[in-house]
Ligand binder design. Sequence first.
Ligand SMILES: Nc1nc2c(c(=O)[nH]1)N[C@H]1C(S)=C(S)[C@@H](COP(=O)(O)OP(=O)(O)OC[C@H]3O[C@@H](n4cnc5c(=O)[nH]c(N)nc54)[C@H](O)[C@@H]3O)O[C@H]1N2
Ligand SMILES: Nc1nc2c(c(=O)[nH]1)N[C@H]1C(S)=C(S)[C@@H](COP(=O)(O)OP(=O)(O)OC[C@H]3O[C@@H](n4cnc5c(=O)[nH]c(N)nc54)[C@H](O)[C@@H]3O)O[C@H]1N2
Ligand code: SF4
Ligand SMILES: [Mo]
Length: 821
Amino acid sequence: MDRIADIWGTRTPHAIDTPWPVRIDTHLDPAVGTDDVDHWVQAGCVLCSNGCAVDIAVKDGEMVGVRGRGVDLVNHGRLGPKGLYGSWNWSRSGDRLTRPLVRENGQLVETDWDTAMGRIVETSKRLLQEKGPLSHGFYTTGQLFTEEYYALAVLGKAGVGTPHMDGNTRLCTATAGAALKETFGSDGQPGSYADIESTEAIFLYGHNMAETQTVLWMRVLDRLHGPDRPAIVCMDPRLTPVAREADVHLAVRPGTNQAAMNALVREVIHRGWVDEEYVAAHTIMFDELAQIVEPYTPQHAGDICDVSPADLERAAEVFGTTHRVLSTVLQGFYQSNQATAAACQVNNLHLLRGMLGRPGAGILQMNGQPTAQNTRETGADGDMSAFRNWGNPAHIEQLAQLWNVEAETIPHWAPPTHASQLFRYVEEGSIEFFWISGTNPAVSMPDSARIRRALAGEQTFVVVQDVFLTETARLADVVLPAAGWGEKTGTMTNVNRTVHICDKAVEPPGEAKPDFDIFLDYARRMGFTNRDGGPLLTWTHPEEAFEAWKECTRGRPCDYTGLSYDRLRGGSGIPWPVNDEHPDGTQRLYEDGVFPTETDYAETYGQDLLTGASVSEQEHRAMNPAGRAMLKGAPYVPAHEEPDDEYPLRLTTGRTVYHFHTRTKTARAEQLRKAAPEAWVELSVADAGDLGIAEGDLVRVESRRGAIEVPARIGQGRTGVVFVPFHFGYWDSDRSGPDGRARAANELTLTSWDPVSRQPQVKNASVRVTRVSAGTGPSPAPTTTASAPAAGIEVPATVGGPEAGVDEQVDAHVPPTLGGE
Ligand SMILES: Nc1nc2c(c(=O)[nH]1)N[C@H]1C(S)=C(S)[C@@H](COP(=O)(O)OP(=O)(O)OC[C@H]3O[C@@H](n4cnc5c(=O)[nH]c(N)nc54)[C@H](O)[C@@H]3O)O[C@H]1N2
Ligand SMILES: Nc1nc2c(c(=O)[nH]1)N[C@H]1C(S)=C(S)[C@@H](COP(=O)(O)OP(=O)(O)OC[C@H]3O[C@@H](n4cnc5c(=O)[nH]c(N)nc54)[C@H](O)[C@@H]3O)O[C@H]1N2
Ligand code: SF4
Ligand SMILES: [Mo]
């Protein structure tokens, strides 16, 4: 089976409340047969937050393919195109970083670890002495392992003592965390993937699941193709594969989610669909919410969102009259205007209907990156470890005890610094030492020109730790070669709290080292000590860090104490909390309707959803949530940048199924690279007609920040909206050269963020589009996805060919072991 052309593979339909059949997907290097594989090594795929369990095929000390793990409750053996083709083969790519690099006379030159670490430690020590901890910033990722993040969190908070720590998770799922904290008192996914088996309706909010969590979508498709088809409601301005399956497609104008959500909540209240008993027993703030949404009649919201009031009514009716609804939320909400407010309205709908904590009725505030959950849990992003509240001195004291340091060492006098602010401090030179690990901000942060300037400037010493020489690494003062997935051991936690172990399968190339070892080496060389003068970090192996992490989580919502490396090996991943009370893990949170909102336990005292203003401890106590969830609301306000005469079109950005982010891994897999080889822009038929643009024409897209020139796809999107994939930077292209023909979406986006989650708003900007020249053929956009051409435009179909062959073994009769069911 060619899983480039056929993204989701063979259907295994089944009825409601029956198990999802097993289908084991295998892809090996075409030169290797199954019998040639020396051994298989257990891991979880790190190319999205779905967290599919895989076995890595190893031959002659190299990764040669992957096979889905049939026993795992997450994927029941299935893998998607990225996992199959892109998860492993970058490892032996000839352009890996294999030695450290340092900048000499403006050039990056190879060196040894002692020299590179020596420079880092000398600069770090000098700045700590002269300027103190605020001179240091750390910017990490959602793609390392728990143990690595925990090491970084402890060395950053208790060693350096800086509040300037964040992750690219800020761009990714900061809003998921914020929305869960605001409503339920703490981060932690309420729902379970298993809810798909028993749900009657699925609402997807700004989530193109079909392309971005392909295996979860296979799970949905198997319900859609079976008897008892669940209803699908999709809120997305584009005609995505999800929208094609939808019973109601709300193609809202980008940036207007909150108006639509307010209308849905208002309808549920007005039409008498509220579960009053549940609301009275398990929530507070109902009256305030009802008042806030009152002006948002379907007509009024329909005008703001440019959708039909009847469609809003139909969507509300599905929610209001169905017994079991599952909601998923992602970047069309999190990266758009009023991110946290809109995501909280999804939580509110479920609370109003009492649809939480039972099979088929759940919330998935999605993650995007494979280990974004762990960045948030461990506190490598500035959050306090194990969902502790930075504003609660008792929580800080617990960490001080655990780490054996003074509580004053741990920065907690102000909210942690968020990514956009980190880069502002780098730009102005107050952060003089900036360490970037596992992320490529020169391509992924909004307003790229500004980010490149900030990183290239002399004012800050920049360390980049990556597996490749990325656009960001090229701007660094020191580049550290990291070992990647398959080359190191650690654990990861996916969207529905399921913890997987990833064992080391092969040796890293050259002198590349696991991120864990690099962080520990820095801590050792810096001489960070605890209260007794002993070393702050004493671990040498990730398993020791995992054991320490378990202690940190004891009694917190993300309780890992019942897990061990041994328990994670051999069978399925296990969803937390796993402890004495839940020895086999926990399928769903909040079955009893009791939430972690108690003032002394909660992860936050909360914020105002409109302004972001903090709620004080006293105010929180006065509200007395005491285990009840909070029905927080906010009126709709327009996005920061709305179209005008100069920039009349709305730009939104996002993904295609075939690439992961800045493509450092996926563009090195031939099948994926050929499926989406170059950047493009999608225009609606009407807009293209007005602008005199034909399929494949080279067009210029300009915003107030910058411009790109890329071929046009005349697509299926709504009029007035332009879509650019953000995957294409410059490491494999000279497009940013002197002719200025840039291609990265973030040349266009603006620096602005959600007031609550501080997540950058890369889904709304205003642009103008002009035709530059005729194309030589159709645009390189895929045809199998949301980027497919409009009807009547002839374009060759995207296929993978023979090298994209995948073996699928359906076993309809073997139910997987389900941890915690
Ligand atoms: N193939 C692939 N899969 C991935 C990734 C990848 O790079 N490639 N990355 C992973 C990561 S880290 C993440 S965070 C996830 C992201 O997964 P998704 O959130 O599903 O992906 P996006 O394409 O960023 O955005 C989703 C949709 O939001 C819509 N949208 C844009 N603006 C608005 C708006 O204002 N309102 C609404 N309602 N919708 C809007 C877009 O049309 C788009 O279809 O994917 C993960 N999976
Ligand atoms: N316009 C626009 N911008 C966006 C988005 C959007 O939708 N639109 N989405 C945002 C989102 S949700 C995200 S998650 C970000 C993603 O943005 P980035 O994090 O910048 O993208 P990646 O390409 O995943 O970068 C990860 C880097 O880590 C390296 N790496 C991989 N494994 C390892 C490892 O084990 N160790 C180390 N040290 N390095 C490793 C990879 O080579 C790569 O360079 O982009 C954000 N930016
Ligand atoms: S759905 Fe995500 S985790 Fe699963 S195989 Fe695809 S990229 Fe990997
Ligand atoms: Mo993300």
